[in-house]
Design a protein around this ligand. Structure first.
Ligand SMILES: Cc1cc2nc3c(=O)[nH]c(=O)nc-3n(C[C@H](O)[C@H](O)[C@H](O)COP(=O)(O)O)c2cc1C
Length: 334
């Protein structure tokens, strides 16, 4: 494989979404051809699952699970595919993905473009990944908010048997009103329904598949405490902190900074890590935290563990640093 320092200028000469499509197509091919990376790690038990290392691919890069084997060969201990919705949907009009290279940032308003849960499951069937596979579920844009719970239940039913764990994504800023599900009564109803269904599915399939909730970084301390209480009350298995931010702190005045969407990468690191810290305090070790947001080197991955996380996920950092970042993060997090 070409070193990323040679590939990056080629990818960055293309518009961001074309580069993304090329990456998925290449990773699909490389999944079969590439020798697997072997990183030394003791591995870790989280949510009752064995993770070969603490470093995972964050949701949204491989929404349809098209290149699972490729991500595995790069050395990820776990791979989260999705967000997938019950029915296929095109997402928002293009352009909808922007680089902010001066600050190692990305803004996206993709809007859960995906081929639907059945197509994702067909891809998962073909995959031979030895690590933990997470499947991240969401709602279709045209499902009314009062029926949102139904979409998550369809998602959970469909992906349950194929998943190592399931992530419930209520934190994308690009599906209208989705983040309202983080509100106290909405969250209570959603988690109650999902927990009841998880119990039924565990009996039916004879296997308990843990469920994680993915939250936004744009929450104040009181909201974080409320969410932590709901997670404990409903015995949710983990929390992923965080998704992208609506804030533009640190990127003001840069080209594309005013584009609508969620900001990720280096500019979200502090905000996201503060959420991990607040969650760790509120949860007092009762459930594990998976940290995503602005990890651009090994030290930042380690800082997420120091803030209280058990596992970390990468997305934007990979675009700027390439697969070397995975190796660095595995080394830094043991
Ligand atoms: C282009 C793009 C698409 C994303 N799509 C999703 C998604 O579909 N579901 C999701 O839960 N998170 C999605 N995310 C959020 C990431 O999984 C991650 O939580 C966030 O980008 C922070 O991590 P990072 O700073 O390492 O990128 C997306 C991020 C980007 C940049």
């Amino acid at each position: 494989m070409l070193p990323y320092c040679l590939l990056k200028p080629v990818l960055f000469s293309l518009d961001a979404e074309t580069a993304h499509e090329l990456t998925i197509a290449s990773m699909k091919k490389l999944g079969a051809l590439m020798p697997p990376a072997h990183f030394h790690s003791r591995g870790i038990e989280v949510m009752g699952l064995h993770f070969p290392n603490r470093v995972g691919l964050a949701a949204g890069l491989d929404k349809n699970g098209e290149a699972i084997n490729g991500w595995g060969k790069l050395g990820f201990g776990f791979v989260e595919i999705g967000t997938v919705t019950p029915r296929p949907q095109p997402g928002n009009p293009k352009p909808r993905l922007f680089r902010l290279p001066e600050k190692q940032g990305i803004i996206n308003r993709m809007g859960f473009n995906n081929h639907g849960v059945d197509a994702l499951l067909a891809n998962v069937k073909e995959a031979r990944f030895k690590g933990v596979l997470g499947i991240n579920i969401g709602k279709n844009a045209d499902t009314p908010m009062e029926k949102a719970v139904d979409d998550y239940l369809v998602g959970l039913d469909k992906v349950y048997a194929a998943a190592g764990y399931v992530t419930v994504n209520i934190s994308s800023p690009n599906t209208k009103n989705l983040r309202q599900l983080q509100g106290e009564s909405e969250l209570d109803a959603l988690l109650g329904a999902l927990k009841a269904r998880q119990t039924v599915l565990a009996g039916k399939h004879g296997r308990y598949v843990p469920m994680a909730l993915k939250i936004a970084p744009d929450l104040d301390d009181a909201q974080i405490v409320n969410i932590a209480d709901a997670l404990r009350r409903h015995h949710i298995d983990a929390v992923i902190a965080t998704n992208t931010t609506l804030s533009r702190e640190g990127v003001e005045g840069l080209p594309h900074a005013e584009e609508t969407g969620g900001l990720s990468g280096a500019p979200v690191f502090e905000k996201s890590t503060a959420v991990v810290r607040a969650l760790a305090k509120a949860l007092a070790g009762e459930l594990p935290i998976i940290a995503a947001g602005g990890i651009t080197d090994g030290a930042k991955a380690k800082a997420k563990l120091d803030a209280g996380a058990s596992l970390v996920q990468l997305y934007s950092g990979l675009i700027y640093r390439g697969p070397e970042l995975i190796k660095e993060c595995v080394a830094a997090t043991g």
